[in-house]
Write a protein that binds this ligand. Sequence first.
Ligand code: IPM
Ligand code: MG
Length: 325
Amino acid sequence: LVFEEHLIGGASIDAHGTPLRDDVVARARESRAVLLGAVGGTRWDDLPVDRRPEKGLLRIRKELGLYANLRPAAVFPALVQASTLRPEIVEGIDMLVVRELTGGLYFGEPRGSAVVDGRREARNTMVYDEVEIARIARVAFSAARLRRRHVTHVHKANVLETSQLWVQVVDEIAREYPDVELAHQLVDSCAMLLVRDPRRFDVIVTDNLFGDILSDEAAMITGSLGMLPSASLGDGGIGLYEPVHGSAPDIAGQDVANPLAAILSAAMLLEHSLEAPAAAAEIRSAVTAVLEEGHRTRDLLLPGEARPVLGCRAMGDLVLGRLGA
Ligand code: IPM
Ligand code: MG
């Protein structure tokens, strides 16, 4: 593998005054895959939205055409106790959130803020066309075929026209997959069901905004947001892989972050972009082994638990030690 490092987000703002430079997009385009660290931090919080670190992330997703964001949320048996939900609810959770990533409220025009009649006003636009919905639906149905063959489409069709179009188009695409079962679920009740009975979900497909919110919820009920990887794919053959968690500015520089979501993102990279499923499986078993031996970073500790806590580097080294062992 040949690696190149480039800046995005806050680091790029500090070095170059912009969250993502054109030449970085160009280098990414020439790669097979991008492994990305989290962007953002309190230092840049006062910047307007179009100059913030997050803009770099949104732009690279859009420019690389990465419309399908896969966020698996499965529970590691060793971490069942780390969930805030009771173990009998959590055991066996295994879902995949398929989030639309390059459309909807995040990118819709018109957007912006203005002063109108002496009042500050701001607007965003939620817009989807049928092609955007059909292609993400196909990703979800195809993924379900490799799993438990159940897709839940999450929407707000009792209020939003965009969601009504989603329901129609997802129903149409479902006919191409008669072997996969489809359910439509309102987003508010889905948020409720995720904490009441998370095991009922196999594949969840939803728009950009709902997917952002529900994927954090799905991740957290498995025990720690620090565990979950994601893949962003499109039709261009490039994949982008990043942890679901954010940059956690409150613990930056202290060597206490959990590196496992980033490591598992590299596993997804091997699997989806480099056709190396065996290497991916090796990484996953190394992570599982380290957890089963009882090693924990701070975020995985239970209240009152008296185990030694590993730092980010030490956890990374342990996983590395298990690889090729
Ligand atoms: C995520 C993040 C991003 C998003 C932010 C950092 C722009 O929350 O990947 O879920 O909203 O997509
Ligand atoms: Mg998010």
